[in-house]
Every structure is written in structure tokens, then in C-alpha cells.
Design a protein. Structure first.
Length: 274
């Protein structure tokens, strides 16, 4: 019976491993997606016996390829760090920079409606406080001006958002564009990022093992640079994942065959007892 329990346990573990690989393959074209790996470690009982397994899911945060999109609100991080998002209750962390400005209030948001966090800046580009706030830049549908006075906007490689003002000299006809700093995108890092807990396909939250977020800005310390008008592609290795699925499937089939053989022997033994 213990052997049947062990085989049943192994089948469950193989299925969970396969599910992890399939999830990776399913998201190979999802920007900011990070591969996950599942490991099972023995837990020794009070009697010294083995059998129970502890499941550990590790996120692999290797750099994905940076792809230029030309969409000004698309952001990518080249190097370490995470964008910070808020859903109104808690903070999430992501490498998925598919951001857009919400039409209602002009909040910079993720695909699922979470607000991107940053710091407010003064006219000289200095932070006006130490608390992160939602990045906002609304457009007036009548005047087509951002924030009521800017003709456009752009982000730079430090993650700063600028409002652009275009003015034309009525005498010379020369056009001059000026930039006003508005926000600094916040970037967070973790001592053990691989232990972050998933809250969505490309979003994470702190865990006991990941440590608390250390919040800074792009280029500060070991934090990477922000790439405006770009997205980071998934870091899924198609060939490696395909090979891993094949190996896991073989182990699953072997454990299933052993379980069925043991079950057949057990049923035969029970028949003899009757």
C-alpha cells in the first residue's frame, strides 16, 4: 500500500510539473512573462520516514529580449527591477510594461487596470515627496491637450514622464518644443526575487522568502534602465521547455503504469482472500 501511495504521490507531482511547463509554453508570447519551475523536496516525518513532499515554485527572472513597439506608454526594464502597480488595496510588481492612460482620469494603468506608481516631480525634475503615487496625465477631449496644456508626452530612459509643449513663433514660423518633468516611474527590487508569489500571469507580490521591496528609480544602484516605447518579451526557452515536457511525460507514464500494475496485484490479492 505504501508503494501505491508513493506512486500516486509521484503521479500528482509529475502532473503539477507538466502543468508548470504547459503554462510556460502557453505564455511564450506574453510580454513580461517569466518562466516558472516546480521542485519537490522530501519532508522527513517525526519517525524518520520519507514520503511527503514540499512543493516549491521558483520564478526564473532572466532578462527577456527588448522589443521596440513605438507606443510611448509601453515600458520595459533592461536589467534588474520591477514596475510597481496598485489595485487600490495592495501593491503588485511586474515586468510587463503594456501600459496605457485611462481615459476617465488619465491614470497610467496595466492591462488589468492596476495603476502604475511613481513620484511627483517639480519643474526642475526633483521629487516632491518620498511616497509613491499613481502616475496620471489626462487628455482634454475638446482641446486634445494633456493636463490641459501639453501637446504631447514622452518617457526617458530614467523612467521620467515629461509633458511636451509646442509653440510656434508667429513672426519667424519657427516651432519650439519644450519638456516639463511630471513624474518619475518607481522601480523595485528584491533580495530573492525568485521567491515572489504570483498574483496573475505577469504580476507578483512579496512573500516571506522574497524579502521586502527596496524601492528606487531606474539606474539607481543595481536597478536597470527603463526602455521607453518598448516591451520585454517572455524569457521562455521553447526548445528547453519542449524537452522538459517530454521527460516529465515519460516519468508520468512510468509512474502511472507502475500504479496500475500495483492496483491490479492488490485487486488479485483481495480476490484470493474472498
Amino acid at each position: 500500500m505504501m508503494d501505491m501511495y508513493g506512486q500516486s504521490n509521484a503521479i500528482g507531482q509529475n502532473q503539477q510539473t507538466l502543468n508548470s511547463y504547459f503554462e510556460n509554453m502557453k505564455n511564450q508570447f506574453t510580454p513580461g512573462y517569466k518562466s516558472e519551475s516546480v521542485q519537490f523536496n522530501d519532508i522527513m516525518s517525526s519517525t524518520g520516514a520519507h514520503g511527503a513532499k514540499k512543493k516549491t515554485t521558483n520564478i526564473i527572472f532572466t532578462q527577456g529580449e527588448i522589443f521596440k513597439t513605438q507606443t510611448p506608454t509601453n515600458l520595459a526594464i533592461n536589467g534588474q527591477g520591477f514596475f510597481m502597480l496598485n489595485d487600490g488595496n495592495k501593491t503588485h510588481y511586474t515586468r510587463d510594461g503594456r501600459f496605457t492612460f485611462n481615459q476617465q482620469e488619465g491614470a497610467l494603468q496595466s492591462q488589468d487596470g492596476k495603476s502604475v506608481l511613481g513620484y511627483s516631480l517639480d519643474a526642475q525634475g526633483n521629487m516632491t515627496g518620498t511616497e509613491t503615487v499613481p502616475i496620471k496625465l489626462s487628455m482634454d477631449p475638446k482641446t486634445k491637450l494633456y493636463g490641459g496644456k501639453y501637446t504631447g508626452f514622452h518617457f526617458d530612459e530614467t523612467g521620467k514622464l515629461y509633458g511636451e509643449s509646442t509653440n510656434t513663433d508667429p513672426v519667424t514660423g519657427q516651432t519650439v518644443t519644450g519638456s516639463t518633468p511630471l513624474y518619475q516611474t518607481a522601480v523595485a527590487s528584491f533580495a530573492n526575487a525568485s521567491s515572489l508569489k504570483k498574483t496573475g500571469t505577469t504580476t507578483f507580490e512579496e512573500s516571506q522568502d522574497s524579502g521586502h521591496a527596496v524601492v528606487g528609480v531606474a539606474g539607481q544602484g543595481a536597478l536597470g534602465a527603463v526602455c521607453p516605447g518598448s516591451l520585454e518579451l517572455a524569457n521562455v526557452d521553447f526548445m528547453q521547455q519542449g524537452a522538459a515536457i517530454g521527460i516529465a511525460k515519460q516519468a508520468f507514464d512510468a509512474n502511472m503504469a507502475a500504479f496500475r500494475a500495483m492496483d491490479k496485484l492488490t485487486q488479485s490479492a483481495l480476490g484470493l482472500v474472498k
